[in-house]
Design a protein around this ligand. Structure first.
Ligand code: NDP
Ligand code: 2IT
Length: 453
């Protein structure tokens, strides 16, 4: 019997041994696959079709990975060389769709985990989008606008041949916001001479959708609201600890404040700030202007607002709170952080980031029966509004803000209901299990319809 034949009959550990053998050293990818496989193996135990057609095995092998050199010239006329990627994981239910990340840590493992997660997340939105992710090990910090523009143009000069409005539609992620999307869209249009919805998160003037910038953070809070409602509770009067201070974190903070909660922390890669007075809308606006637009550091918040303290090199999870929203990056909330949150009486965790909680932390939250939403469910509001931007671009119309706000709420509620449908275990909803199974089932059933492709 060949190795391939053996894998027809493996259990969870046998499957994971194969994933580890085929993806040496790719710890983030292996972690993401294990988190999904733990639930899927249980779900498909009595569903021979999914085994016979090797569905999970196929979803855990990207359709293709493109890796390319990106050369650009910095302001000192030095030639710089970066590595760019696009991981097209699965297009069973729609064109590949997912963000682009510019961060020095970007590598194949991180983009493969993100593209894998995106496949389930996009299925959960109910919109026709497959899963992909891309990026480069480019560090936008400290770069001039001209340098960022030249980098983006060079990146798109290769990427353009792999994407398209019906093929693969990238968007933003860490280090990629409106400015970068503008430079990349401009270059795509220049090379192809086509004005299509090939990227989302565009500026309003050239086809962007209303509420796309807010959608991920707002959606994560709507998801938290939906979870609290199952226990007859809401956000009013609750304290919230948030990590990050970028697009997702600032909009999550804004929605918590709008719903009557009190935000105590924000963070960046250098540490966190704790403001016992609460981070009000005015203070969030200061963070947006200072941190996001002028690319300052969160430590400066403590100089601006004197009652706040800055904690260098630390994450905010030790600050007692009712609600926690990790909105910075992967593996920023570890098992011990999860135990601290549970001990301090935290009742709900909604992930704005992708895979911010490590596997140990996930198990801690599940055991404590906390209301715990994994990113692939709770941060899907961003890509959902990206999907709505694609629809508006295809129809060449713009929808009104109220309409989009309502659609975002409806989609987040729909994801919550899907998680409940597949994650209800007695009186407890295991949202991780629910999200994994609901996302998997949709993609898997489409793949079954296609046969072996
Ligand atoms: P931004 O670039 O706007 O902000 C990222 C924030 O996270 C910054 O505060 C940054 O701090 C911090 N951060 C980044 N890397 C690290 C690190 N290694 N350690 C600690 N802090 C870090 O990105 P977004 O807000 O868009 O993305 C945040 C998370 O949300 C990511 O996991 C992303 O994948 C996820 N996400 C984003 C969506 C979107 O629509 N933008 C949609 C769904 C998920 P610093 O400035 O110091 O680097
Ligand atoms: O992780 C994500 O869902 C995103 N970065 C947004 C993807 C998108 O296509 O809007």
């Amino acid at each position: 019997m060949s190795r391939g034949d053996e894998e027809q009959h493996v259990d969870l550990e046998g499957f994971m041994a194969g994933v580890e053998r085929r993806n040496p050293g790719q710890s983030e990818f292996i972690q993401a696959v294990r988190e999904v496989a733990e639930d899927i193996f249980d779900f498909i135990a009595d569903k021979q079709e999914y085994h016979r057609w090797q569905i999970l095995r196929r979803i855990a092998e990207p359709d293709r990975i493109v890796s390319f050199r990106v050369c650009w010239e910095d302001d000192n006329n030095c030639i710089r060389v970066q590595r760019g990627y696009r991981v097209q994981n699965n297009n069973a239910i729609g064109p590949y769709k997912g963000g682009i990340r510019f961060h020095p840590s970007v590598n194949e493992s991180i983009l493969k985990f993100l593209a894998f997660e995106q496949t389930f997340k996009n299925a959960l939105t109910g919109l026709p989008m497959g899963g992909g992710k891309g990026g480069a090990n480019f560090n936008p910090k400290g770069k001039s606008d001209g340098e960022v523009m030249r980098f983006c143009q060079s990146f798109m000069t290769e990427l353009y041949r792999h994407i398209g409005a019906d093929v693969d539609v990238p968007a933003g992620d860490i280090g990629v916001g409106g400015r970068e999307i503008g430079y990349m869209f401009g270059q795509y249009k220049r090379i192809t001479n086509q004005f299509t919805g090939v990227l989302t998160g565009k500026g309003r003037e050239y086809g962007g959708s209303l509420i796309r910038p807010e959608a991920t953070g707002y959606g994560a809070v709507y998801f938290m609201e939906n979870m609290l409602k199952t226990r007859g509770d809401d956000i009013e009067g609750k304290t919230a600890v948030i990590s990050g201070s970028g697009n997702v974190a600032t909009h999550a903070a804004e929605k918590i404040v709008q719903l009557g909660g009190k935000v105590l922390t924000l963070s960046d890669s250098e540490g966190f700030i704790h403001d016992p007075d609460g981070i009000t809308q005015e203070k969030i606006d200061w963070v947006k202007a200072h941190k996001t637009r002028r690319r300052g550091r969160i430590s400066e918040y403590a100089q601006e607002y004197k009652n706040a303290t800055f904690h260098a090199g630390a994450r905010p999870w030790s600050v007692p709170c009712d609600l926690a929203l990790p909105c910075a990056t992967q593996n920023e909330l570890l098992g011990d952080d999860a135990r601290t949150l549970v001990k301090n009486g935290c009742v709900a965790v909604s992930e704005g980031a992708n895979m911010p909680t490590d596997l140990d932390g996930v198990h801690v939250f599940k055991e404590a029966k906390l209301l715990y939403a994994p990113g692939k469910a709770s941060n899907a509001g961003g890509v959902a509004v990206s999907g709505l931007e694609m629809s508006q671009n295809s129809a060449r119309i713009s929808w009104k803000e109220e309409q989009l706000q309502q659609l975002l709420k409806d989609i987040m509620l729909g994801i919550h209901e899907s998680c409940r449908e597949y994650g209800q275990r007695g009186d407890y909803v295991d949202y991780v299990r629910g999200a994994n199974i609901a996302g998997f089932k949709k993609v898997a059933d489409a793949m079954l319809a296609f046969g072996v492709v």
